[in-house]
Design a protein around this ligand. Structure first.
Ligand code: NI
Length: 173
């Protein structure tokens, strides 16, 4: 296993639209293991392959307190969504920045596991937020895109300042 380098906003590679995963081979399982290692080390609650410059449609997540509920979603697709919730999100690609984002409260998502076996997951709360956040990454979208242009400009400024000072370890997805 290896820890991978996480791309940081405004790196243009984060805007890449990820392609579907079609081959479920040992290399994919290695990538999944590396994504988990990178996510847990960060520490974060979710990580999309796009964030480590691998533009394939897969993400990992673990929103549990004890970090014992690892989830892998390959080629995820939202079948149903319901309600709304606002959560203060962060992102490993936008370190140290947190902002309220509104997302669906309950989602039904169809995906495949690392072996290619399809499954359906119905979830709400934080896991639903996390999955929607990570799925945005697969489409080249970041949570700061939901903020006003003014707020986004402030985020950029704050990040530049942080980088000049030395990057702090930030939480999130
Ligand atoms: Ni993120």
């Amino acid at each position: 296993m290896a820890q991978l380098t996480i791309l940081e906003y405004p790196d243009p590679r984060l805007r890449t639209i990820a392609q579907p995963v079609t081959v479920f081979d040992p290399a994919l399982k290695r990538l999944v293991a590396d994504l988990f290692e990178t996510m847990y080390a960060a520490p974060g609650i979710g990580l999309a392959a796009s964030q480590v410059d691998v533009h394939r449609r897969l993400l990992v997540a673990d929103v549990s307190e004890d970090k014992d509920d690892p989830r892998v979603l390959v080629n995820p697709r939202i079948l149903e969504r319901e309600g709304a919730q606002v959560y203060q999100e962060g992102c490993l690609s936008v370190p140290g920045i947190f902002a309220d984002v509104e997302r669906s409260n309950r989602i039904v998502v169809q995906a495949q596991d690392a072996e290619g076996v399809p499954f359906t997951l119905e979830t709400d709360g934080l896991l639903a937020v996390c999955i929607q956040h990570e799925m945005d990454h697969l489409d080249g979208k970041l949570f700061v895109d939901y903020l006003s242009p003014l707020k986004r400009a402030m985020v950029r400024k704050k990040l530049e300042k942080q980088r000049r000072q030395a990057a702090p370890a930030a939480a999130s997805a």
